[in-house]
Design a protein around this ligand. Structure first.
Ligand code: G3P
Ligand code: MG
Length: 244
């Protein structure tokens, strides 16, 4: 029997606007084990949940997240772009998602989106909040910025830290151990059976992203990944049911 975990990418983002409470709630209701979310810092140092470093794709605002205060960002509509019924959705605070995770006993994959521009202090703010909510045991901090992950690991050695990457790295299981980090979150086309075996031998969780096709999900389940990050929660749950 497989016990592959289902992480809803940006929440259940194929049925609700990404990175909103509506998307996170729908993921929990559908039966996802965990949530993936992206975080940035506001001008006044709050951790907000949004993918891009700019506002225009997923809200009715424009400009960079870091140039606005929380109060200004909270006035924006983060749902209408996806559907009129989501007009009331706001850009969530990380605290809100931590609260939901605590209520529903969900895993969290918090992605630090500081790979394009530096966001000084983001790591410590995120650590402070996950600790305040008692949510370090079921949290993984991931990032394309591996320096940032090392900072997290130095501050909190027991916390799971996952490298994100897009390309075909040579022996990523060696790299992650050399960097002193603990998990591997690769772009799905780069994942091989050999990779899954090497990770398993070393006790390194392997959680590919973002897998939306049933055939690919089946292949990854069969080679023994620990979790799959997907926009299509129901599709993955169905694949897992069929496999059991
Ligand atoms: O965590 C995996 C995935 O979220 C990384 O890419 O751009 O969707 O944040 P992106
Ligand atoms: Mg992400």
């Amino acid at each position: 029997m497989n016990d592959v975990k289902v992480y809803a990418h940006r929440g259940y983002s194929s049925v609700a606007p990404e990175n909103t409470m509506a998307a996170f709630r729908r993921a929990a209701e559908a039966g996802a084990d965990g949530l993936e979310l992206d975080v940035h810092l506001t001008k006044d140092g709050h951790v907000v949940v949004i993918h891009d470093y700019t506002l225009q794709r997923t809200t009715d605002g424009t400009g960079r997240v870091k140039d606005f205060t929380l109060e200004e960002i909270r006035r924006l509509d983060a749902g209408s772009w996806f559907g009129e019924e989501f007009r009331c959705e706001r850009v969530p605070l990380l605290e809100e998602v931590l609260g939901l995770a605590a209520d529903r006993d969900l895993y969290l994959n918090i992605e630090l989106k500081n790979n394009q521009y530096p966001e000084p202090g983001l790591e410590n703010r995120v650590l402070e909040l996950t600790e305040r909510y008692g949510w370090t045991g079921k949290t993984v901090i991931s990032s394309f910025n591996h320096h940032s992950l090392r900072k997290v690991k130095r501050e909190k050695p027991d916390l799971d830290t996952a490298i994100l990457y897009m390309s075909h790295l040579f022996e990523p299981w060696e790299y992650v151990q050399r960097a002193g980090l603990s998990s591997i979150h690769p772009y799905w086309p780069t994942v091989t059976k050999e990779m899954a075996e090497s990770c398993r031998e070393r006790g390194l969780p392997l959680r590919p992203f973002t897998v939306n096709r049933a055939g690919e999900m089946r292949r990854l389940v069969s080679i023994g990944v620990e979790a799959i990050i997907t926009d299509k929660v129901e599709t993955l749950l169905e694949v897992l049911r069929d496999d059991r």
